[in-house]
Design a protein around this ligand. Structure first.
Ligand code: GDP
Ligand code: IMO
Ligand code: MG
Length: 427
């Protein structure tokens, strides 16, 4: 396969960064296609840990082309910081390319994200407060600022002036919040423009050329299927399309360019932020999984909610994304538990269902139906071949495959690049 889309199959944080970094060894190009600094992708290489928010997880390989596609919303302040941090750590950024059509996250988006969350009170979404929703709102409303606008001082002034005036009216009149100075924003963002200018290009052209030359292209999704604006647990979702189709729009390619979609899934489930979570656990098992799996948000540091693996979610992810394979991560975290469970269906208002209901109230009323399996105690990271894993771990993986309805291409048993067992080659 030459063109592969990697998506989150659950509620994000499935280990997409780790799997992308692993697969990037064989890929030529890595493209981020949606989301913004709400994403936090962790790469663990030797004794170094990198937390990436906007820059594709192929960046640690100097010769790989890394693309921030048009579907990403870029906070220039955060991007410049991330670039500086990587540079200070000796990472070469000369192969980084930024789409001229990507929209910007501006300070008023971050501020409005905070104010809107406060206003929602108990019904808050639990956003990352990175301005993602308000930035995508402006894009859809056709009042967004794009990277291409940032590069032209006059264009930026013409576009930003009426937008900031409108935002200031909203901030002052509705929220009683402080307004923004147009001149200050123009000064500050004019400087960011100079830093980013050399990296800006029409990335759709670049990616199309790479595909036509037979290069291997990996599209790196952020967030996950259940956070998708259309297909997730609306309104407890993000404001973009993390699912497979999002790679076409946000990467600037046609659907026929994609050879396969691979879903990354944790061996259990986590969710950070509010909203329904049918297999959520509380008590000692939850605490244990959270501590062993270091389940604290990469972006916000919030403790992640944890629960058993949910095969209803996985089957849904297989269908919505058209998954060819799963990449199963964090299997090692389940080591040492007496038994492990998988949710195979829901009991919803007296009825057994195996699909994901659209209604939030129906989903909140669902009780998980579990299959229980014996656990294992061997340290999986120490075992060279998947075939030599304890029978209980292999049986668990086999049942995940069966319930999801697709094969598992790789199993990850540690954060490190090489703590990965390949069952099917992807590239
Ligand atoms: P992403 O947002 O999908 O890239 O995932 P995050 O980086 O937010 O969270 C995944 C966490 O799990 C990170 O701390 C990774 O280093 C870690 N991780 C990834 N794969 C494994 C694994 O197989 N085992 C363990 N123990 N940790 C893993
Ligand atoms: P990665 O790419 C996990 C969640 C937030 C909140 C909801 C909306 O690291 O998997 P937003 O700030 O996007 O408006 O928040 O989405 N969320 C994530 N949860 N991983 C992520 O990214 C997330 N990005 C957003 O917690 O529930
Ligand atoms: Mg993450």
């Amino acid at each position: 396969m030459s063109t592969v889309v990697l998506v989150g199959s659950q509620w994000g944080d499935e280990g997409k960064g780790k799997v992308t970094d692993f697969l990037a060894e064989k890929a030529d190009v890595v493209v981020r296609y949606q989301g913004g600094t709400n994403a936090g992708h962790t790469l663990s290489v030797g004794d170094q840990v990198f937390k990436l928010h906007l820059i594709p997880s192929g960046i640690l390989y100097p010769q790989k082309t890394c693309v921030i596609g048009n579907g990403v919303v870029i906070d220039p302040v955060a991007l410049v910081n991330e670039m500086n941090e990587l540079r200070e750590r000796g990472i070469d950024l000369s192969n980084l390319h930024i789409s001229d059509r990507a929209h910007l996250v501006m300070p008023y988006h971050r501020r409005l994200d905070e104010l809107q969350e406060q206003e929602r009170g108990d019904d808050k979404i639990g956003t990352t407060l990175r301005g993602i929703g308000p930035a995508y709102m402006d894009k859809v409303q056709r009042t967004g600022i794009r990277v291409i606008d940032l590069l032209d001082d006059d264009e930026l002034k013409d576009k930003l002036t009426p937008i900031v005036m409108a935002k200031n009216r909203l901030l002052e009149k509705l929220y009683g919040a402080a307004p923004y100075s147009i001149d200050d924003l123009l000064d500050e963002y004019g400087q960011h423009a100079q830093t980013l200018r050399p990296y800006v290009t029409d990335t759709s052209v670049l990616v199309a050329e790479k595909i036509s030359q037979g290069h291997k292209v990996l599209f790196e999704g952020a967030q996950g299927t259940m956070l998708d604006l259309d297909h997730g647990t609306y309104p407890y979702v993000t404001s973009s399309s993390p699912t497979g189709g999002g790679a076409c729009i946000g990467g600037g390619i046609g659907p026929e360019c994609i050879d396969a979609v691979v879903g990354v899934a944790k061996a259990y489930t986590t969710r950070v932020g509010d909203g329904p979570f049918t297999t959520e656990l509380e008590g000692p098992i939850a605490t244990r999984i959270r501590e062993v799996g270091k389940e604290y948000g990469t972006t916000t540091g919030r403790p992640r909610r944890v629960g058993w693996l949910d095969a209803v979610v996985l089957r849904y992810a297989v269908r919505i994304n058209g998954l060819r394979y799963l990449a199963l991560t964090l299997l090692d975290v389940l080591t040492g538990l007496d038994t492990v469970k998988i949710c195979t269906g829901y009991r919803c208002r007296g009825e057994e269902i195996t699909h994901m209901p659209a209604s939030l109230r129906a989903l909140e009323a669902c009780e998980p139906m579990y299959e229980e399996f014996p656990g294992w105690s061997e340290d999986l990271a120490q075992i060279e071949d998947f075939e030599d894993f304890p029978k209980e771990a292999k049986d668990y993986v086999a049942r995940v495959c069966e319930l999801a309805g697709v094969p598992i291409a790789l199993v990850s048993v540690g954060p490190g690049r090489h703590q990965t067992k390949i069952l099917q080659e992807i590239f």
